[in-house]
Design a protein around this ligand. Structure first.
Ligand code: DX5
Ligand code: ZN
Length: 221
């Protein structure tokens, strides 16, 4: 702890094996996989066949972030594809409590993601049930966007809530994480840093992952 989760969204899709091997051999902890449906978010990425293919080569857990409507329809499919941590959006889940129970019952860790406009307080009744909170620090849909500054106070509020409710949920920050803001994000109380563009657009992705890990270790709250 803290953990680094490179986002495959920014990897080379025509040569995924090379990027998966790079992550396997790096200081990264998880693979972050962004599933988008073109309905919940204005972009479409990939689904179960690609996750199954990644699973064959990945030596680290798969952290699957669903940006889809009706995520409860596909829980067992994502389990079969090799998901270790399955995160659904609060804004896409009418019966969130039931969905969380089903994810855990299927044998995965359960996460809930919140969009930038959703207050931390909206998780107060579910925080004791979940393994991870994914705080979106950009509007979901695309890699390479700028970090929304308002996120810092949400991290602090969530850390306080997690302590008060004696929850074991990890706080994951997703979107716009860079070598410049990683220290403040971690110091605010984050446990998992997702990084797509910062890792895969750098000249030396392995070294960038290492730098992110070192910053996170030095500045953890
Ligand atoms: C955005 C995705 C993120 C994205 C992060 O909707 O959920 O995981 O890949 O990419 P960067 O780190 O480039 O902002
Ligand atoms: Zn994501």
């Amino acid at each position: 702890m803290p953990l680094i989760a490179p986002s495959v969204l920014s990897a080379d899709f025509a040569n995924l094996v090379a990027d998966i091997k790079m992550v396997n051999q790096s200081k990264a902890d998880w693979f972050h996989l962004d599933v988008m449906d073109g309905v919940f978010v204005p972009n479409i990425t990939f689904g179960m066949p690609v996750i199954s293919a990644i699973k064959k080569h990945a030596a680290k857990p798969l952290d699957v972030h669903l940006m889809i409507v009706h995520p409860e329809r596909y829980i067992s499919d994502f389990k079969k594809a090799g998901t270790d941590v399955l995160t659904v959006h609060l804004e896409a889940s009418t019966h969130l409590h039931r969905t969380i129970q089903e994810i855990k019952h299927a044998g995965m860790k359960a996460g809930v993601a919140i969009n930038p406009h959703t207050p931390a307080e909206s998780l107060s009744e579910i925080i004791g049930e979940i393994d991870l909170v994914c705080v979106m620090s950009v509007n979901p849909g695309f890699g390479g966007q700028s970090f929304i500054e308002n996120t810092y106070h949400k991290i602090v509020a969530l850390r306080k809530m997690i302590e008060e409710k004696q929850s074991s949920a990890l706080i994951e920050i997703d979107g716009g994480v860079t070598l410049d803001n990683a220290a403040r994000i971690t110091h605010s109380g984050a446990d998992v840093l997702v990084a797509g563009n910062t890792v895969f657009s750098s000249a030396d992705p392995t070294a960038t992952i290492s730098k992110l890990k070192d910053i996170a270790l030095s500045f953890q709250a």
